[in-house]
Ligand binder design. Structure first.
Ligand code: PNS
Length: 163
């Protein structure tokens, strides 16, 4: 069974990596679906995000595909011929939002299912927003993002984010 892991991934963090690696123990393949939302200001453009995720996950070969999507997630699911989505839950605070989008997606696509993976405790405080803020202010994020992502952040904020 193939599942879709959708998100903004701006940037891809160790929290995302943990969810993908655990999902691969449950499903045969994962399509990482990177939301291409031109109205949302992002640090990394869509090509940079796709390239970084591909680099981080290259060891998994054809069990991982990285694609961009626009529009509704349920429409993208249909084009990929799957009705299963993966999402991570970090804390109770994630639940309300995830519950609402799950119910709405199911309304539009009755077969739709979400597999929720609880974040590991060491990743439960990581968010892309916090990573961007810390990196931009010169803080160290080496323990929270894959090496390739850290390299990209150092390129964007040169000399500030210590290795
Ligand atoms: O990483 P994020 O930003 O929490 O991911 C949110 C995402 C991309 C899963 C969600 O915004 C989404 O599915 N957007 C696509 C548009 C859509 O289908 N919206 C309707 C959900 S009710």
């Amino acid at each position: 069974m193939k599942a879709i892991y959708p998100g903004s991934f701006d940037p891809f963090t160790n929290g995302h990596l943990d969810i993908v690696e655990r999902a691969l123990k449950v499903v045969d393949g994962v399509v990482i679906a990177v939301l291409n939302n031109s109205s949302k200001k992002s640090l990394l453009n869509i090509d940079q995000r796709i390239e970084l995720i591909g680099e981080v996950l290259h060891n998994y070969g054809n069990r991982i595909e990285v694609k961009s999507f626009t529009g509704l997630l349920v429409d993208f699911c249909r084009t990929q011929k799957t009705h299963v989505v993966i999402r991570g839950l970090r804390a109770v605070s994630d639940f309300d939002y995830e519950h609402a989008i799950f119910l709405m997606n199911r309304k539009m696509y009755p077969e739709f299912e979400t597999l929720f993976f609880m974040s590991s405790s060491e990743n439960s405080f990581i968010s892309s927003t916090i990573i961007k803020e810390v990196a931009s202010l010169g803080g160290k994020v080496t323990d929270q993002v894959p090496e390739a992502v850290n390299r990209k952040l150092l390129e964007i904020y040169p000399g500030k984010n210590p290795v």
